[in-house]
Ligand binder design. Structure first.
Ligand SMILES: Nc1ncnc2c1ncn2[C@@H]1O[C@H](COP(=O)(O)OP(=O)(O)OP(=O)(O)O)[C@@H](O)[C@H]1O
Ligand SMILES: [Mg+2]
Length: 260
């Protein structure tokens, strides 16, 4: 079996003492792309925040290995330096920080052994901007400030292309992208694929998976993975929705009673 990039074992984690991730296990090997789907509130963004080491989140139990290192012992910047990349469901805006400067600083921090001048960096950035059909002026703008929803998402893929992480966790990068952008973004991710790049793609839509052709598809419900399979699982989900498919698969359904 190929080398494991991410190995999550029986993870219990959450926020403010509340357990949201509830015994989750998942392994990603070198070069693999895994899709994680699941209903709203299932814990997908919580999982990505926990993996990135967001200070508000707590780990109660479990183990996470990332390229042979105990991920949970690393600070967020050490995780990024080790090659972990997280895109956000809602990317934040940073006033006063030019996009090129931000990316160059991020590159230097995550690739301390490679020296690249800001001019060389900018040249490469402009090439990638063109690949993503983004205007050159983007390079000069403040990070995400005034970017449209879809532009923020493309800007994240641009970061991914420039920073070349070992594992990318993409939280709903496809939400809010028009069809052409979705194709471009998928192609960009596919170009990165190889022995040195793996990804966990969190999504609600099968459309991006048609382009990405993930190696595995997982369904996350109430903080754990309740079903795993290949593209066929995403297709069946698309057709039936969570309730029906999970019932069909024999995954226990929890009935929520709303009082009042
Ligand atoms: N700060 C918080 N305090 C209390 N509960 C929280 C907090 N943050 C998240 N939660 C809860 O944790 C659960 C999981 O949220 P999360 O954002 O991980 O879901 P998700 O699977 O990403 O959903 P979506 O598909 O809507 O993005 C939700 O019920 C949410 O309300
Ligand atoms: Mg989410």
């Amino acid at each position: 079996m190929s080398e494991s990039v991410l190995e999550i074992k029986n993870l219990h984690a959450g926020i403010e003492g509340k357990e949201i991730i509830n015994g989750l296990s998942l392994s990603i090997h070198r070069g693999e792309v895994h899709a994680v789907m699941g209903p709203n509130g299932a814990g997908k963004s919580t999982l990505s925040n926990v993996l990135m080491g967001h200070p508000k989140y707590e780990v109660f139990k479990g183990k996470v290995m990332f390229l042979g290192k105990n991920l949970l012992e690393l600070e967020p910047d050490e995780r990024a330096k080790a090659g972990l990349f997280l895109s956000f469901q809602y990317p934040f805006e940073v006033q006063g920080l030019a996009f090129t400067k931000f990316l160059h600083a991020a590159f230097k921090a995550t690739h301390p052994k490679e020296s690249i001048s800001i001019l060389q960096f900018r040249k490469e950035l402009l090439k990638k901007l063109e690949e993503l059909r983004m205007k050159e002026e983007f390079a000069n703008r403040e990070l995400n400030v005034g970017f449209s929803g879809g532009e923020k998402k493309r800007a994240e893929i641009l970061q991914l292309m420039m920073l070349k992480p070992k594992l990318a966790i993409l939280d709903e990068t496809d939400s809010g992208l028009d069809i052409d952008s979705l194709k471009l973004v998928s192609e960009a991710i596919n170009k990165l694929r190889g022995n040195e790049f793996s990804a966990m793609v969190i999504t609600h839509y099968n459309r991006i998976l048609k382009y990405l052709k993930p190696d595995f598809v997982h369904v996350l419900v109430e903080g754990k993975i309740v079903a795993s399979g290949k593209q066929e699982l995403a297709d069946r989900l698309d057709e039936k929705g969570y309730r029906e498919l999970l019932k069909e698969l024999g995954v226990e359904e929890k009935v929520v009673v709303v009082e009042g």
